[in-house]
Design a protein around this ligand. Structure first.
Ligand SMILES: [Zn+2]
Length: 433
């Protein structure tokens, strides 16, 4: 299903020409209105009119989350506040949040892109969309909401929390599409089980899950437990919110980036140099049409790779691999780079293990230690000590084989690891305390 056939299947040459034209335009706007950007462009010795082709993109300066903080709250807005109709913010772990703004046209663009995303996932105007993303300063809830309305579907603005009520209403209202974080989807599956509700008796056919990295193994788990097709959606408030890219239901193999509105690059996080297609690095986005809060080469800290090959669905946009982790939640354990999602992949391949885990990092003397706490299912837990020990050994060995690090494994009872209603906390790093 393609929402905007003409744009989404535009030949790549035409798409590139459109991107260059829009890039020059957005560069001109930020240069003229935001002192931060003027200074950054001047330092690089480039003027907006110098942009002639996509090759000139790499001459532009990067923007980081720190730049947003330094210009808190409105310093990077390109329009007067009287033209801003919405403000969102994302919380940082420390200090002030980062703030983004939208004009009326930005809200329309966002709704249109989220309608595209929902449609790519198989949702249509006939659907009942149960939206469990948080409503508020976080862009997830309202982003999905406006897109669902633009699509013409019936949207249920649930927000997160109160899981029993969520299950009851999904059942009673006949919801056909579920939107939330993947970890909350699994939490809902457990609540349903406790309530004696079988997802097979619900009408859900597809789930649009995002806002945190999740593995293909977790996708299979969610699909099985919730009896639906699970599709990945990507976005971040600094770019627009959800609706930067989405998997198509036809392939479920990488996320189509909406390139008529965003330029995507993958760079080496150390050197800042753009990397060729297929290589893993840090995702960088430039917004092409945003009015109130454009971003130039924003460094996301998300790790992915790009694939320009045509897709079976007919869309011509480049696809980004599903985000495999973040440069800033990358753990360095005794010199080895480890992403929580890599450990997750190993765990999900092991029989008897549940998709709920937490990684505890510590330092004993000068040595880093990593403990993997993971839930096992009811049957395994009531099994003999000998079998539990064998399972623990297997996890240890598999992690060692795949990631070349030694970990301590602690198997815990079902439902003892804290559940999240939003983004799951996977890592506790005690080294900093
Ligand atoms: Zn596709």
């Amino acid at each position: 299903m393609i929402w905007d056939e003409k744009v989404e299947t535009l030949p790549r040459e035409a798409l590139k020409a459109l991107q260059v034209e829009r890039l020059r335009d957005v560069a001109g706007r930020v240069y003229a209105t935001v002192p931060f950007y003027k200074r950054a462009f001047d330092e690089k010795g480039i003027k907006p009119d110098d942009i002639k082709s996509m090759d000139d993109l790499k001459r532009l300066p990067f923007t980081t989350k720190q730049d947003l903080r330094d210009n808190y709250p409105y310093g990077l807005f390109t329009v007067p506040l009287e033209n801003v109709v919405r403000i969102h913010a994302s919380s940082g772990t420390t200090g002030k949040p980062t703030v983004v703004g939208y004009t009326k046209k930005d809200i329309e663009t966002w709704a249109e892109l989220m309608a595209r995303a929902l449609n790519a996932a198989g949702a249509t105007k006939g659907d009942i969309i149960h939206n469990s993303y948080g409503y508020g300063l976080f862009t997830g809830g309202l982003g999905i909401h406006y897109g669902a309305e633009r699509l013409g579907a019936s949207v249920i603005p649930m927000s997160g929390g109160n899981s029993k009520k969520q299950i009851m209403l999904m059942e009673d209202f006949g919801s056909t599409v579920l939107t939330c974080t993947p970890s909350y989807a699994l939490s809902l599956a457990e609540t349903a089980e406790d309530m004696g509700v079988d997802f097979k008796n619900l009408k859900l056919k597809v789930g649009l899950f995002g806002a945190e990295p999740w593995s293909d193994k977790m996708r299979k788990e969610i699909e099985k437990k919730l009896n639906l097709e699970a599709v990945d959606v990507y976005g971040l408030s600094e770019i627009i919110g959800p609706g930067v890219g989405v998997e198509c239901i036809e392939a479920k193999n990488g996320l189509h980036v909406f390139e008529d509105h965003f330029i995507v690059e993958v760079i080496d996080p150390e050197t800042g140099e753009p990397l060729p297609y297929g290589e893993n690095g840090e995702l960088v986005f430039t917004t092409l049409t945003k009015e109130a809060f454009p971003s130039i080469r924003y460094r996301t800290r998300d790790i992915s790779a790009l694939d320009p090959e045509p897709c079976v669905c007919g869309r011509t946009s480049v696809r980004m691999e599903r985000v495999s982790g973040r440069t800033d939640d990358m753990l360095i354990i005794r010199g080895v780079n480890v992403f929580p999602s890599q450990i997750e992949s190993v765990l999900m391949n092991i029989e008897g293990v549940e998709p709920h885990y937490v990684l505890i990092v510590d330092r004993k003397g000068t040595l880093d230690t990593l403990e993997v706490q993971v839930e096992v299912n009811e049957n395994v837990f009531s099994d003999s000590i000998k079998n539990l020990q064998a399972l623990s050994n297997k996890i240890q060995k598999d992690v060692k084989d795949f990631l070349s690090i030694s970990v301590k494994v602690k198997l815990v009872e079902p439902k003892t690891i804290q559940r999240s209603e939003g983004k799951a906390q996977r890592v506790i790093d005690n080294r900093k305390i």
